[in-house]
Design a protein around this ligand. Structure first.
Ligand code: SAM
Length: 290
């Protein structure tokens, strides 16, 4: 019999919460390697939607639909939802949670192998309970490729939230911090209790809101050039900025030194001392052939 039809009424009534109900109904064992820690606290859904300030004409993007609790809430609030899920075995459970909602496009794909700019209609808001291995790379790609996305309200590991918001000078300040802060204003909204997820994760999580900066405050440099500069700069953290740029961008040490000097940076400065704005300036000077 189709698992959707063999709902055990007793078990399900004890497990009113939708994620728990679906796990029981479909005998799903969460996959740790895919970061399957499902949301089991419906109050948090309200917090996420409240922070997202989703409008009825918004197009929402969700990464990792899982058992569909957040997807269903987004479908009620937004005009359209693009929900990505890498694990096709969750499809029957997800279909039951969504109950035939006709404004949800389900994409059973790896979000890191998708051309985000081709999504139609284009997303304007993002709400997700992001799996650890995906959070940083996805945010970096989305900020570059989805210019129409005005707000992200995402659950991430606390360590990822701290890296996004880190100030220059510290150990955790790196590619993610610079990139995110060049494109968005970051707010670490609140820590999340481990008990809102099943299975309970071994690490802490935070809710983070990113608001895209207005066009006039965005970096002027080509994103590809900017990214190459930032990645090269942090490529070898123990080296000086000049040596890292020379190695990572395959330019001469003299040219790298010229770039640093054009910003009045000392020859022995390290990447973690530069502000996001200084990285943008470096990329502009590089593109201009300084
Ligand atoms: N949104 C659901 C919730 O809050 O209960 C599930 C969140 S769970 C933390 C993360 C989900 O992302 C899992 O269902 C997992 O299978 C999915 N996932 C993991 N890697 C992915 C990837 N590269 N692309 C799309 N989905 C992915």
């Amino acid at each position: 019999m189709d698992p959707a039809e063999r709902e055990d009424p007793v078990a399900v009534s004890r497990l009113r919460q939708i994620s728990l109900a679906r796990l029981a109904q479909f005998d799903i064992i969460p996959k740790r390697d895919l970061g399957q820690n499902f949301l089991i606290d419906d109050n948090v859904l309200g917090v996420i939607l409240g922070r997202l300030e989703c409008r009825s004409d918004d197009v929402a993007l969700e990464v990792g639909a899982g058992l569909g609790v957040l997807t269903a809430a987004l479908a009620e609030a937004a005009q359209h939802v693009h929900a990505f899920e890498i694990d096709r075995s969750l499809e029957p459970a997800l279909a039951v949670t969504l109950g035939g909602a006709d404004n949800v496009s389900l994409h059973f794909k790896d979000i890191l192998r998708v051309s985000l700019e081709e999504l139609e209609p284009a997303p304007t808001v993002c709400a997700s309970n992001l799996p650890y291995s995906v959070a940083g790379p996805f945010i970096i790609e989305a900020l570059q490729r989805l210019p129409g996305m005005r707000r992200y309200c995402v659950m991430v590991q606390r360590e990822v939230a701290e890296r996004m918001a880190a100030a220059p000078g510290g150990k955790i300040y790196g590619v993610l911090s610079v990139w995110v802060q060049l494109y968005a204003e970051v707010r670490k909204v609140r820590p999340l209790s481990r008990s809102i997820f099943f299975p309970r994760p071994n690490v802490d999580s935070s809710l983070v809101v990113l608001d895209r900066l207005p066009a006039e405050r965005l970096p002027k440099a080509e994103p590809a050039c900017l990214r190459a500069v930032i990645q090269a700069a942090f490529g070898q953290r123990r080296k000086t900025l000049v040596n890292s740029l020379a190695a990572g961008l395959r330019i001469t040490r003299e040219d790298a030194l010229g770039l640093a000097r054009s910003l009045d940076l000392p020859a022995d400065v390290r990447a973690e001392r530069l502000t996001p704005g200084q990285f943008a300036q470096l990329a502009e000077r590089l593109a201009a052939g300084a």
